[in-house]
Structures are given as C-alpha cells and as structure tokens.
Ligand binder design. Sequence first.
Ligand code: PMP
Length: 428
Amino acid sequence: MARNRENSRALYDRALSVMPAGVNSSVRATQPYPTFVRSGDGAHVIDHDGNRYLDYVMGYGPLLLGHDMPESVAAAVQRAASEGPMYGAPTEVEVDLAEFVVRHVPSVEMIRFVNSGTEATVSAVRLARGHTGRNKIVVMQGGYHGAQESTLVEGDAEHPRPSTSGIPQSFAEHTLPVPFNDEEALREVFERHGDDIACVLTEPILGNSGIVMPEEGYHEAIRETCDEYGALYVLDEVITGFRVGGLGCAQGKFGVTPDVTTFGKIVGGGFPVGAIGGRSEIIEQFSPSGDVFQSGTFSGHPVTMAAGLATLEFCAENDVYDHVNALGERLREGLTDIVADRAPEYTVVGTDSMFKVVFGRANTGPQSDCCSAGCRQDPTCERSPDCPKTGADVADGETQRWDRLFRPFMEEQGILLPANQMESQFVS
Ligand code: PMP
C-alpha cells in the first residue's frame, strides 16, 4: 500500500502560494510534491506523516555524521547559541577553526569564512581575477560551483553562453567551459586564451554530474598548465572537503596542491558556511589587507564555527573516515554486484562516502583506457572501464530513468535519494 503522505502534500500546497515552486532551493521541488521532513534520526529522516526514510541525501553533503550531532557538537552549538547568536566582531572560535583547517590542509595557509559554497566560489573567482589582473576563467562542462554569474555558463570555450536567464551574454564570454579529464582541451584553451586566464576552477571529482572521478594525472596537468601560464588553480572542495581523503581533503588523496581551495558543507557542521583558503600571499589580497573586496555580516558566524570545529575535532578523534568509507565501499560493491547481474548497462560510481548509480552510455561507446584492465573485478579500483569520464557522459545518458525508477520506487520503499541523476549521494 502506498505510504500516506497527505501532510507533505498539504504543506506543499501552502508553500506553493508563498514560495516559488514551494521551495527555497531548486533541487527540493520533487514531484508530484516534496517530502517535508520533520526531523532527523541517525541515518534516517522522518516526514510530516510519520514515515521513516533511510536518507542518502544527507543535506546534499554537510551531514558526514548523519542527523545526530555527537554530544560534543551539540554542546558546542548550544553554548555558542546561548551566548548570543552573533556579534559582528571577531571571536575566538573563528581563529580555532581557521587554525584547524590550516593544520590539516597543507595548501591552506590562510582562510576566510563566508556563508555558503556559492559565496566561496564567487569570492575565489574575484580573488583570482584581482590577483592576476585577468578576466577569463576556465571551468569544467558539467561542473557546479553554486548559483553564481561567472559559472552558470554552458557551451564550450569558443561559444560560452549563460545556462540560465538573468545573466548577460557579456558575463558568459569571460567563462571558458572545457570537458573534464581532457588534457588536450585544457592545453588548447590556454594556447588560445592563456594571457587572459585568471584561473582554472574545478571540483576534484565532478559531484554534480553524477560522480565523475578524475583520471590519473589530470589534476597534475591542470597544476602544470596553470603554472606555465601564471593562472591560479582553484579547487572547489565544497562537496569533497573533509569528506573525500579525510581531513586532508580530496587534494591530499590525489596528491595535488591548488593555489586556492573553496570549502563549504562539512566545515560548518551542518550550518550555513563557505570558506576560501590558500597561500597567504593570495588570500591576503582580500580586503582589508588587500584590494579585492570581500565582506559579510554573518561570515564566521559563531554557531557555525563552533559546529564546524566540534565536528572536525570529532572526526580527528574518532575513526569516522575509516568507518564511513568502509560503509561506502560495501554499498558500492553490493550495488555493483546487483547491477552486473540485473542491469549491466548501469554503472556504480563514487569513492569514500560518495556513491551513485548512473544510467550513462556505458557499454555503448569505446571503453575508456584510464584503467589497465578488468578493474570491474578489482573492488579497490575506483574506475571501472564503464565509468563516465566527462559530465556529458552522464548528462547524455538515460537520465530520465531516474524519475521512472528511483523517485516513486525508492521513496515508496523508504529510501530517500536526491531528485535527479546529477546530485551525488552520501552515506553517513
Ligand atoms: N561548489 C560545489 C562543488 C557544490 O557542490 C555546491 C553545492 N552543492 C556549491 C559549490 C554551492 O554551495 P552552496 O549550495 O552552499 O552555495
């Protein structure tokens, strides 16, 4: 029997009258109506009709520890909130969290905290432009860096165009999208525009086009190309930061050193956050020490900083990453077996605590040569011959299967997944 979800439907009706599409973030407007969550409980959420779901959305990334705050985190949050919500003056906990990040992420010597991943990437792009005196930025097709003017751009480097209305074509012209994992395309764009390129802005793993892993050597190629042309290498670790590669982040796992890193999600312990970190000489160009304006009423919010610090300290003191990554691996292996048996045209992708099943063009095109051989048999290999290489490999697949199978089917089984093929999923 179908679950009773009348209260969600009624809330959606109310929401539709007062909020566009009834939501405050586009991805939440799932059809025919969203599941309105009342509370969280460990790896589960409970909706307004009392239905319980195993949650793999996990807030779209911030909730590494699931929905229950460890005692130390809850106490830190309550203490910070009870002392007054915020001040507009510096506080000790900002220094503590900054020191923690600097201690664990070698490329980060200084950091500025902001309020969202979007704000972090907006500021990072402004910083790269200010630092280099150049206007253009290189991004990955299928990459995502939040709701910002410079990166909501599609097409290719010769024909970039805004991916949404409300952005002038003249803005999009400064953004050069290239395919992920394509060293040749990267070199070409630098050969043509190198003197005008302020930065390459990329996620270490595409986390908003299913999940696309970098091929061996790709990030090194970005690093080298940026060095050659005097552009900054800006790594967007909003999803991967303090998730993939543990406290050293994805850059530690892949052994690359960006000039600037953007953070969000986990570093705020479940509260609104973003951050821009990197070499001191670059980060100090933010105002007022430098001339790249950057400011924010809520930046370094004491409750967020307390939650972020207590969360990361909990991770440092407990075997959080071993545990959650083992769960991720077990889930990916199980899914891989099922898919191989029942639907070999699907591909299970992911690493650490990230996973997704993509309905890509697997088995239909030439197999990628990124992997020596037969790594489907090797569970430690994170790239099967069918793994997507670019955002387009996922986007051009049968993404509509997601709506047909997963929304009505999985949710009815009590499993909450993101609403589309593109958003990454997380174990906690
Ligand atoms: N960068 C990446 C890689 C992201 O995945 C996201 C959001 N999922 C953002 C930036 C934007 O972060 P926010 O939604 O906090 O603005």
